[in-house]
Design a protein. Sequence first.
Length: 368
Amino acid sequence: MVSIPQIMYISAKKRLFDVPDNHRKVHQRIVPNLGGVGIFFAFITTCSLFLNPDSFRNWNYIIASTLLLFLTGIMDDLVSLGPSKKFMAQFIASFITVCIADIRLTSLHGIFGVYELTYWYSVIFSIVGCIFVTNAFNLIDGIDGLAGSIGLLCTFTMGVCLAATGNAGGACLAFSLMGAIAGFLRFNKSPARIFMGDTGSLLLGYMISVLCIIFVNSYSSSKAVATIVHSPAGALVIGLSILFVPVFDSFRVFATRLAKGSSPFKADRTHLHHYLLDLGFTHSRTVTILITANILIITVSLLMQDFNPNLGILSILVLSFGLFAILYYMRKKRLAQNVKGPRKPIPPISGSNVTKTGSIIHNDIATK
């Protein structure tokens, strides 16, 4: 909250703005996009002051990874990096976390019939998961307050769950990031005065993916609070549900683009927030709807955690596809009504582009 106004002032002085492209971006004015700088330093400072190294012995590797992603994000926000360079930075950060810090998924606890993972399957699965979740948060950062609000919900839920499983270090990471996001959201709510940019979205996606792995691995029946998390399999189902809205949206968009023969990274307007905007919802209402859907999915996972984990995942998928089907047909009906509606008359245009020849008015703009 203290740093963001200063970042906005410097951005205005140095003309560091996110300029609308009138195609995929929904904002219509120039807005500073370095809010992630404030999130990063608030997060790092808080963790450095309050995190007990004994409760999280691999904290130094997390610093190295987040610093790498911070530098990548700020370079992209300032000079625009290519996708390959950003992917390489994400891969290196994930490699440091998974292979050096040894923070990785070691078991799927019976999901799809898979239990213990061999070392290399564990490494590959964890690195791919970290990269995918990181990009998922990068992709949902499309309207005012959405990525920050989803990140706030994820870090709060992760913090509570990690505290319930007795992991004080992981809970400190989650709550530190939650506080940094909360300070930023004061200036990012609609109409946004600043965006987090790739600097913020890469940090959020990466840290939340790491927190999810830590949470799934940290369940211990001797330390856990049984009223929240009941089993390791339940921890995995809950962890997936916390990430489900950004992950479901990104997976659906990638699959749709590939089915159409397009690049999965080609920008378009097929994300969930674009669908809701097409229905006429404001940015604030769109964020509220998606947050409510995420909370509903988390609630279902909490209720289903004592059953077979495959049944829990199936319940989440059925709920998600059901909600999306309702949204899809509502949008399709709305767009069809707009196409059939009466055309609005073209208002007369005056000025240098309008010339008279007898009784005929030639309008260059209208003709083009």
